[in-house]
Unconditional design. Structure first.
Length: 282
């Protein structure tokens, strides 16, 4: 039985150092797909790079949170921003607004539609959609993202998950099941298994191996592992307080022994374009 592994590099467009790292991780490493941050400061640099890399699958990394501003004004999306028109920094704010009934799905649709259209405008086929800090785990956002992907003809959507036994992990698994249902209703493909949320920013070679081996033991036929590479010493990343080990993740993606581990676990590197709507049905 063929097992497919998609290795995604998130946050393309965040900085030029991230863009360069993603390119290197694809050309010399194991990255098969990337997710372009529609609100990223270096979006244009990333778009030019993508046009020069037809073998790197492109996804839309839609943002309801983060340090970068939304595409629309505060007047157009009042439930998503503060008085200055800024997005919240954390997914926790999105969850709190959702629980309080203060997250308007029309606002979510307007902003994320604008972001998806910007990524589609790059002129490279878009194979998948995901979200910054996985905010489409929240049901309101999940429905909008699934519908936007269907309307735009984007075939696949990331399904984040967690294998942690901590309270956050339990919550993620509950929301992930609901998100899978929304994707199934919209006829969007996804992977059977996923890793990268629990490991975010700390996916060195050893942790990649253990993560991959655990997925193989679970019998995952299709698996996405999402990563966050950047060049060492990227000064433009200092404005973020995420405590990510960006350069360690890049080193892992370039490590030839990791490619050997993928083969040993029975996986073949692939992309979202190879998925069908039945791959993530479990």
């Amino acid at each position: 039985m063929t097992r497919l592994l998609i290795v995604t590099a998130d946050d393309l467009g965040l900085t030029r150092g991230v863009n360069a790292a993603v390119r290197r991780a694809h050309e010399a490493g194991i990255v098969t797909a990337t997710s372009l941050l529609a609100v990223g400061r270096e979006f244009d640099d990333a778009a030019a790079m993508l046009r020069d890399l037809p073998t790197l699958e492109l996804g839309a990394h839609l943002a309801l949170v983060g340090e970068d501003p939304p595409l629309l004004s505060a007047r157009e999306i009042p439930t998503l921003v503060d008085a200055r028109g800024a997005l919240p920094l954390s997914y926790r704010t999105v969850v709190r607004r959702g629980l309080a009934g203060r997250l308007d799905p029309d606002d979510v649709r307007r902003e994320l539609h604008a972001q998806l259209e910007r990524v589609l405008g790059v002129g490279v086929p878009v194979t998948h959609v995901d979200t910054h800090q996985h905010t489409h785990l929240w049901p309101t956002v999940a429905r909008v993202v699934a519908e936007l992907a269907r309307e735009a003809g984007v075939p696949a959507v990331r399904l984040p998950g967690s294998h942690s036994h901590a309270p956050v992990g339990l919550g993620v698994r509950l929301l992930s099941r609901r998100t899978r249902s929304a994707l199934r209703t919209a006829g969007r493909a996804t992977t059977q298994d996923y890793a990268g949320l629990d490991e975010a920013g700390h996916l060195d070679a050893e942790r990649f191996r253990t993560t991959l081996q655990a997925a193989a033991r679970r019998g995952a036929r299709t698996l996405e592992i999402n990563t966050h590479p950047a060049q060492a010493g990227d000064a433009d990343l200092r404005r973020f307080t995420w405590d990510y080990q960006w350069a360690d993740e890049l080193a892992m993606l370039l490590d030839p022994t990791v490619r050997d581990e993928i083969a040993a676990a029975g996986y073949t590197l692939s992309g979202f374009a190879a998925l069908t709507t039945t791959d993530g049905a479990a």
